[in-house]
Design a protein around this ligand. Structure first.
Ligand code: MGD
Ligand code: MGD
Ligand code: SF4
Ligand code: MO
Length: 704
């Protein structure tokens, strides 16, 4: 009889921002079962299919277990010492010859507090100033707007879902994503609770998303045009005499300038650009201004757009104009156990510029879309060495094909990744971390964006296996190796638990206190924090930042004159059983109907002769892909939707489950040229595309 040793562990799920509490049952090092922890004070037992898939991540046979070196098309295993020594020597030679380095930091880094603590040392060893990260294909517009308005990029206003009476969501689909820049586990039930107390959900989205499906009102909107709607709502509020910032009024700086800029536009022109009736705008404005606690929240559908920063500036202005910023039931600032904002720099823009296109750094970052040109453009400062930490930019950054090709020109590429992906397949070395349950977890960057204050530390379930390392150790040792090879002295690596303890103590707690609450420590609902919380010199809210006003009255005004534009545009979406590009190899998530399907409105399908289920060819200025169609009125006419995170069929990818249904990459269509110029964030939504039935194209090619 086999001996069983079943143990239950409390843990926080590290996969998405929801931070669900889990109970994990193990037998030795084997995961037996995973369920939601009903004693977790913020997730109340909620779990989604991805939480269970942690068992697949632990046991994935395609997971690399030692450093790998690419030799031609093949990979050979190395020990850590040899791998780090070889990388150090090659890097030192590149630097000596004048080559520059680049660092790309991917999304899972935000979910690993210990890893995040080591990237500073790696930057130093690499000699890089501006880094590339998933932030510029994601939330940078939030941060830039907050930096301008509140004086600190990390001051995220969070919808107070427990007390609001009206939640307005633009460009977010929390029923699929489980909430973003808003840690809100169990979101579906929380929305139901809001509705049960008489509250309303309004969703504004070019697709009748899963979240729109449970909303009290859903409005379509032409992709990329949200700033026109938001500006019109402000003007309509003003017309109705409903602009009432209340106790915020004495804090507002530049309020009149902001209104002067808004009044350069008319509601009629703005309404035309976003495809709304003026009457519908007036109705929504009246609801927003009715004095009830209201929270307007915008997410990736509005931030990854040509005017992403303007959209977030306007969302903040709306919440201010109705007196709902820093108000219970409105949008509020958190009081986390570790005050990340209080212990990091406020942010920056334009202290230095990228080499090829002269993009300003934003929060110390260059646009992810500019990485390819920095590698492929010759000259002084050309990037010859690249380190990618937990990222898959070939699939996640627009014009992945261009980046894919550019990577071939590198003299040294190192990926810190457990898998051979569309990106890491191009690396010269892959340094794989141990599976997730051998790592500690603390939601350092996510607790500050939670709907309620909480703290929870999840110790690793076990030590890494012999010869394996945690991410933070890999990054710290890589930094040391690169520095040593160049004769640079780095201080010893930060010890994550010790550092976290110091950070918690600064806020009056300790790691021991948090660890004494294995299910998590509820630190209560948000409380009003203004004006003390502001980081601006005079504790004011700067409502009319000059770069924003210039963009609004310049680039946006010019765009408005061209609207509405005809033609078909592409947007993306997420599925509950996916996480960006990296869960496609989990058998539990891969099963079920095909997810990489293009949604087409019946009008457009009829116009282009596309039937339900037919294979469609989609082309943009960047490339062409083919995907099966679903003809549905859940997507508005003039718009098609294709999820991102697929495209696992590139030669050399070693993800055997994902390879069964690899799908195509959305970012083989998205364009590098479409950018929110203020924040350097890619405009992922609204890519101009053409569609045709794939068989017709094949037939034409055969006959032509
Ligand atoms: N068209 C389009 N593009 C998009 C988006 C979109 O909506 N539409 N969304 C954007 C957004 S919001 C984001 S955040 C980015 C994400 O972009 P990226 O961060 O570049 O990519 P991910 O797909 O999240 O891939 C993460 C990588 O990390 C690896 N990984 C997973 N866990 C670990 C770990 O514990 N340690 C290490 N070292 N590696 C790990 C995975 O194997 C994978 O290769 O994509 C963006 N791209
Ligand atoms: N299941 C799952 N969960 C995830 C992820 C995942 O890949 N899968 N990724 C995680 C990450 S990294 C992030 S950043 C978050 C993102 O979380 P969310 O921001 O909630 O992301 P999406 O689910 O893509 O929702 C974006 C919505 O915007 C809509 N949209 C597109 N264009 C426009 C537009 O121009 N205007 C408006 N108003 N709406 C528009 C889309 O139709 C879509 O419904 O999700 C996280 N959680
Ligand atoms: S919602 Fe997010 S945090 Fe919760 S179980 Fe799913 S992936 Fe994990
Ligand atoms: Mo993201």
């Amino acid at each position: 009889m086999p001996k069983h040793d079943h143990t239950w562990h409390t843990r926080t799920c590290h996969i998405c921002e929801a931070n669900c509490g889990l109970l994990i049952e193990t037998d030795g090092r084997r995961v037996v079962s995973i369920r939601g922890d009903s004693d977790d004070p913020i997730s109340r037992g909620h779990i989604c299919p991805k939480g269970n898939a942690i068992a697949d991540l632990e046991a994935d046979p395609d997971r690399l277990i030692s450093p790998m070196k690419r030799v031609g098309e093949d990979w050979v295993a190395l020990n850590w010492e040899t791998a780090l020594a070889e990388i150090g020597a090659k890097f030192a030679a590149i630097r000596a010859a004048g080559g520059a380095a680049a660092l790309y930091v991917g999304n899972p880094t935000a979910h690993d507090f210990a890893l995040g603590m080591q990237t500073g040392a790696l930057k130093k060893a690499l000699g890089v100033r501006g880094v590339y990260s998933a932030s510029t294909v994601d939330q940078m517009p939030h941060q830039l707007a907050q930096y301008f308005l509140y004086g600190h990029n990390a001051l995220f206003p969070i919808p107070d879902i427990e007390r609001t009476q009206h939640l307005v969501i633009l460009g977010g689909n929390p029923l699929a994503s489980n909430g973003s820049v808003w840690t809100v586990p169990d979101v579906k039930r929380r929305i139901a609770e809001m509705q049960a107390r008489g509250g309303r959900l309004t969703v504004i989205d070019p697709r009748r998303s899963e979240t729109a499906g449970i909303a009290d009102a859903h409005h379509f909107i032409r992709p990329g045009s949200d700033p026109a709607l938001l500006a019109a709502l402000l003007l309509a509020l003003d017309d109705a005499g409903l602009v009432k910032p209340g106790r915020l009024a004495p804090m507002l700086e530049g309020w009149d300038e902001a209104w002067a800029a808004l009044r350069q536009f008319t509601i009629t022109d703005l309404a035309r650009a976003c495809g709304w009736d003026v009457a519908a705008i007036q109705t929504l404005a009246a609801e927003l201004g009715n004095g009830q606690p209201t929270a307007v929240y915008g997410r990736i559908g509005v931030s990854t757009a040509p005017f992403g920063t303007l959209a977030h500036w306007l969302i903040n202005l709306l919440n201010i104009a109705t007196g709902n910023l820093d108000r219970e039931g409105g949008v509020m600032f958190s009081s986390p156990a570790v005050d990340v904002a209080g212990s990091s720099g406020p942010g920056s823009r334009g202290r230095f510029f990228s080499r090829v296109s002269g993009h300003p750094e934003v929060m110390g970052e260059f646009p992810a879309v500019s990485l390819a040109e920095e590698i492929s453009t010759p000259g002084e400062g050309q990037v010859k060495a690249l380190v990618v930490i937990a990222g898959n930019p070939v699939l996640s950054v627009p014009d992945g094909g261009a980046l894919d090709a550019a990577l071939d020109g590198l003299e040294l590429m190192v990926s810190i990744d457990p898998m051979i992906t569309a990106t890491s397949r191009k690396a010269h070395y892959i340094l794989p971390p141990c599976p997730p349950l051998a790592k500690d977890h603390y939601p350092l960057l996510l607790a500050p964006i939670a709907f309620r204050n909480f703290a929870k530390f999840s110790p690793s379930l076990w030590e890494p296996l012999e010869g394996q390392k945690r991410d933070w150790e890999v990054v710290a040792e890589l930094a040391q190796a690169l520095a040593a090879a160049q004769g640079i002295n780095l201080p010893p690596p930060v010890q994550p638990r010790e550092q976290l303890d110091r950070m918690l103590q600064k806020g009056g707690r300790s790691l021991a206190e948090v660890m004494a609450h294995p299910h998590g420590l509820d630190l209560g609902p948000h409380v009003p924090r203004l004006p003390e919380r502001l980081f601006t010199p005079g504790k004011t809210i700067r409502c009319a930042p000059e770069p924003v006003i210039d963009d609004f009255t310049g680039r946006f005004a010019a765009w408005l004159k061209t609207q509405p534009e005809p033609g078909l545009v592409l947007i993306g979406r997420r599925h509950i059983r996916s996480n960006n590009s990296w869960l496609g190899n989990a058998p539990r998530l891969a099963k079920g109907p095909d997810k990489c399907i293009v949604l087409i409105n019946p009008e457009d399908a009829a116009e282009h002769g596309i039937g339900d289920g037919a294979l469609v060819q989609i082309s943009s200025a960047a490339g062409t892909v083919e995907a099966p169609a679903r003809v549905t009125d859940e997507i508005m006419a003039g718009v098609i939707s294709l999820p991102h995170g697929f495209g696992h069929a590139r030669p050399g990818v070693r993800q055997s489950v994902a390879a069964l249904r690899p799908g195509v990459s959305h970012n083989d269509l998205a364009l590098r040229s479409r950018l929110d110029v203020l924040s350097g964030t890619a405009a992922l939504v609204g890519t101009p595309v053409r569609i045709s039935p794939a068989f017709a194209v094949a037939a034409e090619a055969a006959s032509g």
